[in-house]
Design a protein around this ligand. Structure first.
Ligand SMILES: Nc1nc2c(ncn2[C@@H]2O[C@H](COP(=O)(O)OP(=O)(O)OP(=O)(O)O)[C@@H](O)[C@H]2O)c(=O)[nH]1
Ligand SMILES: [Mg+2]
Length: 292
């Protein structure tokens, strides 16, 4: 018999949700950055071990923004949460419990789901501080479980999986092939790896002004040719992404190519084109799809 089920990872932006998904999956599936609002779509990880199969949804950080991108992101979060049996509510151990957190916790009250409080980023934090944090949150909600961990170091992640299994139903069969790691398309994953490099190499305000889209993946005898468009909101952002004599774009391209080669386990030729949303061909359809 196998324990099977769906689990969503939610919480405020930057809490470390994607880092946790990667720690659980032991692979670089979701992009991570120190910028707020890194994840825009639900990232699905299909976790397998000898006695379980668990679908994890990494969701965009819950935000208050009501622009189109924010609304689309919040919709993705609701979808991720509604289909799962267990909700992991991730908080940053180094941050205080805010009104925003209260609002998120309030939404759990009517859901009738198992909710775990995951206190992340406990690395380097004294035990006493972690215990205080737990008391602070417990006052507000009767969590089914409270688990402190460090997603970055992978500390206590095994314990988390063990605990989740207690809440899942039994099945004689697994639902999905053990070879599948995610349902996110290869095109999406490639575009995300390019976006990750942009997030890591540029300033705070740039990330929200761009989106990446894989135009084509061509299989060759010994590798792949991949064409990705980096669409930007304004001309001056385009200048920043391209950089002096194209240096920035070259750097983004070469870092992203290495990661894509790791993902595909083969040689990759990567071509990046930077365009403003206006110039991007068929931009109407694509921007709508992306929630802009
Ligand atoms: N010290 C420490 N840093 C962490 C830990 N987990 C994540 N981080 C860092 O926190 C930052 C945000 O991590 P992400 O995984 O992108 O956070 P997220 O919750 O997915 O963020 P959004 O997608 O924007 O909602 C990154 O700089 C991570 O390296 C942890 O356990 N300890
Ligand atoms: Mg994320």
């Amino acid at each position: 018999m196998y324990k099977i089920g769906m689990v969503s990872i939610t919480g405020r932006p930057n809490a470390g949700k994607s880092t946790l998904l990667n720690a659980i999956m032991k692979t670089h599936l979701a992009i991570v950055s120190d910028k707020v609002g890194t994840t825009r779509n639900n990232i699905i990880g299909i976790y397998n071990d000898d006695d379980s199969q668990i679908l994890f949804f990494d969701t965009p950080g819950l935000n208050k923004s009501f622009d189109r991108l924010g609304a689309k992101m919040n919709r993705n979060i609701r979808e991720g949460i509604s289909s799962s049996e267990v909700i992991l509510f991730l908080v940053d151990a180094k941050k205080g419990f805010t009104d925003n957190d209260k609002k998120i916790v309030d939404t759990f009250k009517d859901l009738n789901k198992k909710v775990f409080l995951i206190i992340n980023k406990i690395d380097g934090l004294p035990r006493e501080k972690i215990l205080n944090k737990i008391t602070e949150y417990q006052k507000y909600y009767d969590f089914n479980e409270i688990i402190p961990l460090s997603a970055q170091r992978g500390d206590n992640v095994d314990e988390l999986i063990k605990t989740i299994k207690k809440y899942l139903t039994e099945s004689e069969e697994k639902m999905y092939s053990e070879e599948d790691v995610t349902f996110n398309s290869l095109e999406f994953q490639v575009a995300e790896l390019v976006r990750e490099e942009i997030l890591n190499l540029t300033y705070q305000e740039i990330p929200h002004e761009i989106t990446c889209h894989t135009e084509e993946i061509v299989k060759r005898k010994n590798g792949y040719d991949i064409y990705v468009t980096v669409a930007v909101s304004r001309d001056n952002i385009k200048g920043i992404i391209i950089g002096q004599k194209g240096q920035m774009l070259k750097k983004i391209g070469s870092y992203a190519r290495k990661k894509i080669e790791e993902l595909l386990n083969t040689k990759v030729y990567l071509e990046l084109k930077v365009k403003t949303f206006k110039d991007w061909k068929n931009s109407d359809i694509k921007l709508k799809d992306l929630g802009f």
